[in-house]
Design a protein around this ligand. Structure first.
Ligand SMILES: Nc1nc2c(c(=O)[nH]1)N[C@H]1C(S)=C(S)[C@@H](COP(=O)(O)OP(=O)(O)OC[C@H]3O[C@@H](n4cnc5c(=O)[nH]c(N)nc54)[C@H](O)[C@@H]3O)O[C@H]1N2
Ligand SMILES: Nc1nc2c(c(=O)[nH]1)N[C@H]1C(S)=C(S)[C@@H](COP(=O)(O)OP(=O)(O)OC[C@H]3O[C@@H](n4cnc5c(=O)[nH]c(N)nc54)[C@H](O)[C@@H]3O)O[C@H]1N2
Ligand code: SF4
Ligand SMILES: [Mo]
Length: 697
């Protein structure tokens, strides 16, 4: 048999890069970036390349399982798909009979493939569909909505054409999106400047034109001073401000006290450095991207930091500009018709959401919702009982704070189902594990991506499933058949694809040549006059009526962060290029390259504690502690310690990952209740830990 090439979509992380997979005799030979997508440059990141090891891994769930022991005990009965789906369907029916369909909750990973899941939850008659985003980018999303009336993804980061990029709590070269990395590198080769503002010198900092180490939790002070300086020195884009910024005078009055000198005392970054940055940004405007952030679920006021970033971008005329944050086009903007939504097959249930999004919290949008408040409803039965929960491609016991507390809540459920391709803490605690075929072994529904050139793309199977696993459309169809959700009982993926493509004029065969259907020939930029925002005034709004109505200020006065108590540190975290969240530590290839995380600790702080580089230290919080190796370095702020998230696994089924490194989420006691009331996201970095040499304990 000769080598076969399949266009597909990587699924090792949330970015979902277009790939080409070479297979021979049912084995993966090579995975590369789809050569038809220039910005991929034929590359995938190390995790994308490790997809092969995921397929071969015997330590992933290989067939459906029903729990026989206590929750979390790890005693399972291996069953066939019919039995597993019957079991889940019967439990869902029982919950519906007793509490109503609204008592079923479903969460997934957001992104381009969620339409089918939404359709399923609508079909069940529950309003409780949500995703992981309260633990990730919700604050960015709501900040963008509050300023521009549009979601964050309706603005493109036009890195390729940028002249100055600012990364603040955004580590673009390690928290990877392959096309973004390539575009930024191209721009930098052409002279684009890169400023990194971070609490530690990450890899992005090592490539930056300028790195500023900021005191953790003071980014808002920095940004207010930047706004102050832009206005005070008249360096902003006046034409843009005149056309598009509403409530400009309120902003000017608000930032008066926030001078660069004031910010210096808060942030540790000198007034001179702040002024130089502002001058350089003004020189490069409007082709500037001050990245609004991605994992911005860090502080109780992170929403306001993100808002201040959108305001800075607006003052620089960057919103809507080439080389800045141009508006994404939807199919309709380029004269095409979008996919037919599967979710429309059933009406949206009229019930109120259990997480309060849209009614108890009118400034919080539905859709992604707030998973931690869904969990709160499971705990309190307020506003009503939530008794069944399907976590699809979602591991809240790893991805939300305080897993012990969350387990107590999940223990109250009548049914917890995990649909997953690898073991996870949530799967281990579930009643039923439905093993999803890894992305290389499954098709997905057609996805649509808005952008400078909107496109449709499709994930094909590169291989037949090695174990008794199924694609999500097969799982959803199987459940739908049993639950009378008749519109979703598809018998082939082509049936779904054809349904989605009906109004578009595109056919399945159009994906053959490249795996992608571009809906526009060239990128669409708009002139400053052509921009369009969805706020009540149609402009970028400094004062948001929606927030004010909830008693939340549009312009939050600055308060200094709580200092870590003597001898303690703020626990901070982030990503590395070699792992995705918590689910790749046990991947044989990636494990080999990075088997555990280390604790970054400032050299002076370490010295005063008697901690030397590479020594073992004990990290503790109240009566909980774990050990980890110290990385003693000048490259981190003395107030913080830092780890890569996702380590410290405890499942016996993951022999490699077991016991390696430290789990940051376990040092966040009470963290499910610590969140940003305006942006909705969890405030993960409001926790302190003590560190001591291991020998002293
Ligand atoms: N303490 C702490 N908590 C955090 C973070 C942190 O840094 N520190 N990061 C936060 C962030 S940014 C996020 S986005 C969330 C992430 O939290 P999650 O969304 O829960 O994380 P993932 O590991 O991406 O995916 C969860 C599960 O989906 C399964 N899965 C099934 N199918 C697929 C697939 O096709 N692709 C992939 N990739 N996985 C699949 C994986 O095996 C994994 O078990 O966690 C957040 N929580
Ligand atoms: N390799 C890899 N790539 C990924 C992922 C992955 O798991 N692995 N996950 C994807 C996902 S889901 C997401 S959300 C994105 C996340 O993308 P990012 O948000 O860019 O990633 P992080 O590493 O969480 O955080 C970025 C930086 O914030 C810094 N930081 C922490 N606290 C502060 C602070 O108070 N102030 C400032 N200025 N900086 C601070 C950290 O030191 C870190 O360098 O990455 C995506 N890409
Ligand atoms: S960034 Fe890497 S892991 Fe994520 S989708 Fe792209 S190639 Fe895959
Ligand atoms: Mo994320």
């Amino acid at each position: 048999m000769s080598i076969q090439k399949t266009f597909s979509i990587c699924g090792m992380c949330t970015v979902r890069c277009p790939i080409q997979v070479e297979t021979e005799h049912g084995e993966i030979k090579f995975i590369e970036g789809n050569p038809n997508v220039p910005a991929m440059k034929g590359a995938v990141c190390p995790r994308g390349a490790a997809g092969k090891a995921l397929i071969m891994d015997k330590e992933r769930p290989q067939s459906p399982m029903i729990r026989v022991g206590e929750r979390g005990e790890g005693k399972w009965r291996t069953v066939g798909w019919d039995e597993a789906l019957d079991y889940v369907a019967n439990k869902l029916k029982a919950v519906t009979e007793q509490h109503g369909a609204r008592s079923i909750a479903f969460s997934d990973r957001g992104g381009p493939f969620q339409d089918l899941h939404k359709a399923f939850v609508n079909g069940l008659g529950s309003p409780n569909f949500c995703n992981h985003d309260a633990s990730c980018a919700r604050n960015v999303e709501h900040a963008c909505l509050s300023v521009a009336g549009i979601g964050r993804k309706e603005l493109v980061y036009d890195l390729k054409n940028a002249k100055h990029v600012v990364l603040q709590f955004r580590n673009i070269f390690e928290a990877v999106n392959v096309q973004e990395v390539n575009n930024l590198m191209d721009a930098m080769e052409g002279g684009c400047k890169l400023t990194v503002i971070d609490i530690r010198a990450n890899i992005s900092a090592t490539k930056a034109t300028r790195f500023m180490m900021i005191r953790p939790g003071t980014d808002y002070a920095f940004n207010l001073a930047v706004i102050h300086e832009l206005l005070d020195k008249n360096l902003y884009d006046k034409k843009f401000a005149h056309l598009w910024i509403k409530d400009f005078n309120q902003l000017e009055a608000f930032v008066k006290p926030y001078t660069p000198e004031w910010a210096e005392t808060e942030t540790g970054i000198t007034a001179d450095e702040i002024r130089t940055l502002v001058r350089e940004l003004a020189e490069a405007m409007p082709s500037v991207i001050w990245h609004p952030g991605w994992m911005a679920a860090r502080y109780r006021h992170s929403f306001y930091i993100c808002r201040s970033i959108y305001i800075i971008n607006a003052l620089l005329g960057a919103i809507g500009a080439k080389g800045g944050l141009p508006l994404a086009s939807k199919p309709g903007d380029v004269g095409k018709t979008g996919l037919k939504p599967l979710a429309d097959l059933y009406p949206k249930p009229p019930e109120k959401r259990a997480d309060g999004a849209g009614w108890r919290y009118p400034h919080i949008t539905g859709g992604a919702g707030l998973a931690h408040l869904m969990y709160r409803a499971m705990d309190t039965d307020d506003p009503y009982p939530v008794k069944a929960y399907m976590a699809y491609r979602h591991d809240p016991l790893m991805g939300f704070p305080d897993p012990d507390r969350l387990k107590q809540i999940f223990a109250k459920l009548d049914l917890l189902v995990s649909v997953t391709f690898s073991w996870s803490d949530t799967a281990w605690f579930s009643d039923v594990v439905l093993p999803l075929s890894p992305y290389l072994e499954r098709e997905s529904i057609i996805a649509s991506k808005n952008g400078l050139k909107p496109q449709f793309f499709v994930r094909h199977r590169a291989l037949e499933p090695r174990y008794d696993t199924k694609a999500d459309w097969e799982i959803i169809s199987g459940l739908s058949r049993r639950l009378g959700v008749n519109a979703l009982t598809f018998s082939s993926i082509e049936e779904i694809w054809n349904y989605q493509l009906q109004p578009t004029g595109v056919s399945i065969s159009d994906f053959k040549a490249t795996g992608i259907v571009n809906l526009a020939a060239s990128p669409k930029y708009r002139t400053m006059e052509e921009l369009k925002f969805n706020t009540p005034s149609g402009k970028l709004e400094i004062i948001s009526e929606k927030l004010e109505k909830q008693g939340l200020p549009s312009l939050l006065p600055y308060t200094s962060p709580t200092q870590p108590p003597e001898g303690q540190f703020r626990l901070t975290f982030g990503r590395c290029a070699l792992h995705t969240q918590g689910h790749t530590v046990n991947n044989p290839l990636l494990f080999e390259q990075m088997p555990e995380n280390v604790l970054w600790i400032n050299a002076n702080a370490a010295k005063s504690l008697g901690i030397s580089n590479n020594s073992t230290v004990v990290v503790s919080q109240n009566d909980y502690s774990e050990t980890i190796q110290a990385k003693v370095t000048d490259a981190i702020h003395p107030d913080a310690v830092f780890v890569i998230h996702g380590f410290g696994h405890t499942l016996p089924v993951e022999s490699r990952a077991l016991g390696r490194g430290l789990a940051d989420n376990k040092f966040m006691k009470g963290g499910l209740d610590i969140w940003d009331p305006a942006g909705g996201a969890i405030a993960f970095q409001e926790h302190f830990v003590s560190v001591a040499p291991a020998g002293n304990i």
